[in-house]
Design a protein around this ligand. Structure first.
Ligand SMILES: Cc1cc2nc3c(=O)[nH]c(=O)nc-3n(C[C@H](O)[C@H](O)[C@H](O)COP(=O)(O)OP(=O)(O)OC[C@H]3O[C@@H](n4cnc5c(N)ncnc54)[C@H](O)[C@@H]3O)c2cc1C
Length: 477
């Protein structure tokens, strides 16, 4: 895309999106008026220029400035801080990684897989600690994560997941629960067992991202909002180019735009924007909570291929999220995909299947957003001192704690300060580029639909679709 068309795409998008609180319940409930900060007015010279003010960009700025108070750091954001996935997610702050423990072990070996999971749990604790230090009201609830086998067919994959943790020496952190033990925690239909870990927490994503932006400013960071970047340059001319001017960086340009990076020239095939959608209920009454249990508020999920994730919000609502809004040809990102009606209706039906006791509940909010999916599903965090370009992203829907870890890693890479995360297997790596269209659209849609067909057949007790092995082979990561 050239500079003018990139600009037009952002402008037409922004015209329709001045009420940022409409983008998610979390932004609406962030306790922040969401007024845009001033945009860039003229060209500027800084040490580090960061594209994007989501968790990745903000954590990078935070750690850079904490360790080097004299550094000049500017963030250039096309909308407002938290406009992207960071202001819209499911609120899971967990040591989950886009690549499962078993797949990581196969790909990178047991030791590296273990290191990733331990580093991510440390990142969860970092988020809690920084929130306390910076007085960010993150609503951190350290209730852990419970994954259930819904339907007998999900029991074998759940055992498989447990054994993968066991092989990494993490069996003391993951506990297999019987049907009855799950029911003592939460009453979900058709549960055959569960896997619980006390690791992980839930947070208020909107308060975290907006509070983090203010913390970065207190440390001296500059955030320019409603300033779309149309292009970036590398090497001695490293800079972010905008209509109002450029931000030239003497040390590094950090690309922290996640799924939205696919709009930038040179990045179109780096990440695939895949939508995740959420439906939110009204606050439950005490009687309703008593019917379903879930008093501790663990993060909940099942072993479905088409992921589902549930959170109990700080004000007592049920948040039910899932994949499912279909991939749009050409990696198009558009507001209409945030509220894909068929997907939202399906999510609402699923919630009632999980909790029939909530029949008649009102759904007050529905929203979604794009996550960045790399071709090989594994995130990457890298910095090249010669080109001065740093990149962190590709979290595929597991980015709350991963972005914190990435921020620490990038800050260390740029300044040469050791973080202890240098040997993590996703440091200094690059994923292959996505295949070109129309093959990309055909493959991605086939797989999205294919995984749904596998789930639906299993839930109906029917035999697997004839092409199930092909779908699983294509999705192997
Ligand atoms: C519906 C949903 C549910 C999710 N649930 C969870 C969950 O429960 N737990 C979890 O761990 N993860 C979850 N995720 C993923 C997680 O939210 C993301 O991985 C994480 O927020 C990514 O942070 P980021 O800063 O890298 O990207 P983003 O938050 O997307 O920020 C990127 C920013 O860059 C800006 N930008 C992009 N391009 C440009 C440009 N050209 N010029 C200027 N600015 C630009 C964007 O406007 C945006 O503000 C979910 C995501 C979604 C969408």
């Amino acid at each position: 895309m050239d500079r003018i068309s990139a600009r037009l795409e952002f402008d037409s998008h922004r015209e329709s999106s001045r009420r940022y609180g409409d983008y998610s319940f979390w932004l609406e409930d962030s306790g922040d008026p969401l007024l845009p900060r001033p945009g860039l007015q003229r060209s500027e010279d800084v040490d580090v220029a960061i594209l994007g003010a989501g968790y990745t960009g903000l954590w990078t700025a935070y750690y850079l400035l904490r360790a080097n108070p004299g550094l000049k750091v500017a963030l250039v954001e096309g909308e407002i801080a938290g406009y992207g996935a960071s202001g819209r997610n499911g609120g899971w702050c967990s040591p989950r990684f886009p690549v499962s423990a078993g797949a990581m072990t196969r790909r990178w070996g047991a030791e590296a897989a273990r290191e990733v999971l331990v580093a991510l749990q440390a990142a969860v604790e970092q988020i809690r600690d920084v929130s306390e230090r910076e007085s960010i009201d993150t609503c951190f609830r350290p209730a852990g994560t419970l994954t259930v086998a819904r339907g007998a067919h999900q029991l074998a994959p759940l055992h498989h997941a447990y054994r993968a943790y066991e092989r990494l020496g993490l069996a003391n952190r993951y506990h297999f629960l019987s049907q009855e033990q799950v029911a003592e925690r939460v009453r979900i239909t058709d549960v055959h067992g569960g896997l619980f870990t006390a690791d992980g927490a839930s947070i208020h994503p909107g308060r975290l991202v907006r509070g983090l932006a203010r913390a970065v400013e207190r440390l001296g960071g500059q955030i320019y909002e409603q300033t779309p970047v149309s292009e970036f340059r590398s090497g001695r001319q490293a800079s972010l180019i905008t209509q109002a001017g450029e931000v030239r960086a003497s040390k590094a340009v950090v690309l922290a735009g996640e799924a939205y990076l696919s709009r930038l020239p040179g990045m179109r095939r780096a990440l695939l924007p895949v939508y995740s959608l959420i439906s939110l209920t009204e606050p439950l009454s005490r009687a309703q909570w008593d019917k379903i249990g879930w008093h501790q508020g663990e993060n909940l999920a099942s072993m479905r291929n088409t992921v589902v994730y549930l959170t109990r919000t700080p004000d007592g609502r049920v948040l039910f999220g899932s994949r499912g809004a279909p991939y749009s040809f050409g990696s198009k990102i558009q507001d209409a995909s945030d509220r894909h009606p068929e997907t939202l209706a399906l999510i609402q039906r699923s919630l009632l299947e999980w909790f029939p006791a909530l029949e008649g509940i009102r759904f007050t909010h529905g929203w979604g957003g794009p996550v960045g999916m790399p071709m090989d599903w594994a995130p990457a965090v890298r910095f090249d001192a010669e080109s001065r370009i740093a990149f962190a992203g590709g979290y595929t829907g597991q980015g709350v704690s991963t972005a914190n870890l990435s921020g620490q890693m990038i800050a260390g890479m740029i300044t040469g300060r050791r973080t202890g995360f240098e040997s993590l297997p996703f440091a200094q790596r690059r994923s292959p580029r996505w295949i070109p269209e129309p093959l990309r659209w055909l493959t991605v849609r086939y797989m999205q639909r294919g995984y749904e067909r596998i789930d639906i057949a299993a839930e109906a007790g029917r035999s697997r679709p004839l092409d199930a092995s092909l779908i699983e082979f294509l999705g192997k990561h």
